[in-house]
Design a protein. Sequence first.
Length: 463
Amino acid sequence: MAYKTTNPYTGETLKTFADATDQQVQDAIAQADATFQTWKESSFATRAQVMRNAASLLRKKNRSYAEILTTEMGKIIGEAEAEVELSAQIFEYYADYAEELLKPETLPVRDPAEGQAKLVFEPLGVLLAIEPWNFPYYQIARIIAPQLSAGNTMLLKHASNVPQSAAAFEQLMLDAGLPKGGFTNLYATRSQIEQIISDPRVHGVALTGSEDAGAIVAQQAAKVLKKSTMELGGADAFVVLADAEMDKTVKWAVFGRHWNGGQVCVSSKRMIIVEPVYNEFLDKYTKGVEGLVAGDPMDPKTTLAPLSSQSAADEVKEKIRQAVSHGAVATEVGPKVPSKGAFVQPTILTNVTPDNPAYYWEFFGPVSMILKAKDEAEAVAIANDSPFGLGGSVFTQNLKHGEEVANKISTGMVFVNHPTMVKADLPFGGVRRSGYGRELLGLGLKEFVNHKLVDVVDINAPF
């Protein structure tokens, strides 16, 4: 897998890591399974204390954790610090609410002869998390915080370009008091991933990543009848209605498309503007993007980061070329980005029609697709004309009507007057090719537990 840290701004490879051996993988599974036998019996108070400790350590060393993110995948330092804080908030959420969310549920029964029925929630065992590079800490936190709180133990296969982030989080959990084997980072190969999933001691897999990776891992899990959750791609619609407060809407549009260098599953990738305000939006949006500052992600003045790698930047540039070859108009915006680093010039795509393959693509970088809709009904139709269904947003001054429009958009998440938001106390997940399952809140907490019926019956036998 060639695990290595290559700074996307300088292009310098700073450190390399050896792939895990098969023996290391087997030892990690055995340790995780052994730890599960005791961790599952631990009290919620014990688990909560580990979560609180992790949150406290993240905050205490926020800057040093953030610098690892910026070094490995190019995230601007302010956003890296915000990711560290968000991860701390996720740990705190489950420290506060896991016990309440996993309380046994008494079931209403119609016949007294059915007894006193309740659902109890028991951990399944060892789980595998396969996570991407764009939010190296947050992606880990949003799966391990709920699953450790539920009593499961975790193995991690992180992206090959963020190995130091993965190692830092493993050490974080040990420092927080999690028993050895509770959470283990593995520099696993692709063939080892299938071995891990197939192992009878492993009971499920959660993946965040590409459609292709999700399809492969979902098949591997299904073949051995293991539970899986998939958070895959997205092409979020950013719907602007005629009565939107334009200046505020444009500011959110620029942010929603370009935070994290535009490398977010829930970036505002398709801006769908009703015809009466299309020209005004396009003009103001163009000026807003022109104001971005591309440069050293460690510099607090920088507002546009390099992409995570040169190969990622090259892929985005190739997609732009293909879009143009099928009739799109590509307009480069703003000052020239630095020649050093994995930068992509901010680009606005117009005249993208449904017969252009790019109409249905996800651009993972600072590329804005601006689509004109003749009216609100067509805007909703365009929003729903996507293989993805992750997030989306609607902008209008009429909040009640905005909610009505949001209800017509077929995605896992829709926001009114805000780009798709990521918070510790909001659920995350999508439909169609954006995957299945949910993370965070009680929904994520209960993805990998046994929903077990316990029924106490006290009636005479029929014979």
